[in-house]
Design a protein around this ligand. Structure first.
Ligand code: PMP
Length: 400
């Protein structure tokens, strides 16, 4: 298996293959029912197999899906999406998050006629040669014209801008620091404002990569929460609740550049995912889903903190409650995290030991109570074993 969906870096007992999903639950091919805190790495926002969203998909499939060109749904969806996302005046739809981030890069270079892009070290923007975290098979040229800063570090952002000189095309920003293996961090508003100022001063475009965080932080671009509007934002994962669709949204400033680049794909005009997205976005606008996932997320965070403390463990829960990450104190090679996650899995709760998780609107307070009960028993099991755990061989690279 490839990518982060491979269980290669997860505890040995984690299932690689699944047979079914419903609401907040997942069944592996051995028939184990799991309460799923990964939500397909994000796409599941309203529950697997949501009847209304999937009905819209199926109905559109019967009418027409991949055709010689788009249906009118693409216009309707662009109108709905740009009405929701304040900075956006136009949209280009595509399939994967990587399509959207790659288009953002090309649009920024087309707009500025410059090459250099500032990225935060450790941030993930997809799996194309310019951004893949594993350089095997790529060339140094694929990653040319990139300057790195540290997320939320204004001095390093300034230094990166200075290094870019008069060649800055774009600053890419994740909506928060959500890198794997390390604590998450919400954006420092001053850092976000400085990124905006640098772009305004140099003419570069500010890109917020909302592929992962989009719609779990805000009903608008995630940086609306810190009062900063980007020029481009990238979306994917949950915008059609799991149906294949992603998007690049942009402001008028970048419209001509976006219209000038050559981008497409055989399946980019599929109408069925767009029908699903229209229902998903309507649900986002018209329901309290965000407050509800914040509510279940907060209950999980509070309950875990209480139980970890009672068992004598320091558990760092970072990021927003809708996208939590758990790391144990004094656990540099994650041996405690691996053991605890395995114990959770034994109790039919799927948590991730080093990647942020995702809450979905199908999760109930009873689900959280189930997770907390499993957590309490898992902390107790960890307590009996913590002194004798060996290193996790597959994560040896973390110590290097
Ligand atoms: N950007 C971010 C922030 C992501 O989390 C991801 C996916 N994990 C991507 C881009 C790439 O999306 P995709 O896997 O759909 O290409």
């Amino acid at each position: 298996m490839y990518g982060h969906q491979s269980t290669g870096l997860l505890p040995d007992d984690y299932p690689q293959f699944f047979s079914r999903g419903q609401g907040a639950r997942l069944w592996d091919v051995d028939g184990n029912e799991l309460l799923d805190f990964m939500c397909a790495y994000g796409p599941n926002l309203f529950g697997y197999g949501d009847a209304q969203i999937d009905r819209a998909y199926i109905d559109q499939l019967a009418i027409g899906d991949t055709l010689t060109g788009p249906t009118g749904l693409i216009v309707e969806l662009a109108e709905q999406f740009t009405a929701m996302v304040r900075h956006a005046d136009w949209a280009i739809f595509c399939k994967n998050g990587t399509d959207a981030t790659s288009m953002a890069l090309v649009t920024a270079r087309a707009h500025t006629k410059k090459k250099t892009v500032i990225l935060a070290k450790g941030a993930y923007h997809g799996a194309a040669p310019w951004c893949t975290p594993r350089p095997t098979g790529t060339t140094a040229e694929d990653k040319a014209h990139q300057v790195f800063c540290a997320y939320n570090d204004i001095a390093s952002l300034d230094a990166a801008a200075a290094a870019a000189g008069d060649d800055l095309a774009a600053i890419f920003a994740a909506p928060m620091k959500h890198d794997a293996f390390v604590d998450q961090a919400l954006p420092d508003p001053a850092y976000a404002r400085r990124a905006r100022e640098i772009c305004d001063r140099t003419g570069a475009l500010l890109v917020v990569d909302d592929v992962r965080g989009g719609l779990r932080l805000a009903r608008d671009c995630s940086w609306s929460l810190v009062g900063v509007e980007p020029d481009l934002s990238t979306w994917g994962k949950c915008i059609a609740n799991g149906h294949p669709l992603s998007a690049l949204l942009g402001s008028d400033k970048a419209r001509a550049a976006a219209a000038s680049i050559y981008v497409t794909g055989s399946y980019w005009f599929q109408a069925a995912p767009m029908a699903a997205a229209l229902v998903t976005l309507k649900r986002v606008r018209e329901t309290d889903y965000l407050e509800r996932i914040q509510g279940v997320g907060q209950r999980l965070r509070d309950g875990l903190a209480e139980r970890a403390t009672a068992a004598g463990f320091g558990l760092r829960q970072t990021g927003p409650v809708t996208m939590p990450l758990f790391l144990f104190d004094e656990d540099p090679d994650l041996r405690k995290g691996f053991f605890w996650s395995s114990e959770m899995l034994k109790r039919r709760v799927y948590v991730h030991p080093w990647h942020n998780m995702f809450m979905c609107a199908a999760m109930t307070l009873a689900d959280i109570d189930q997770a907390l009960e499993a957590a309490e028993a898992s902390f107790a099991a960890l307590k009996t074993q913590a002194g004798s755990l060996g290193p996790v061989d597959k994560l040896a690279f973390l110590a290097a």
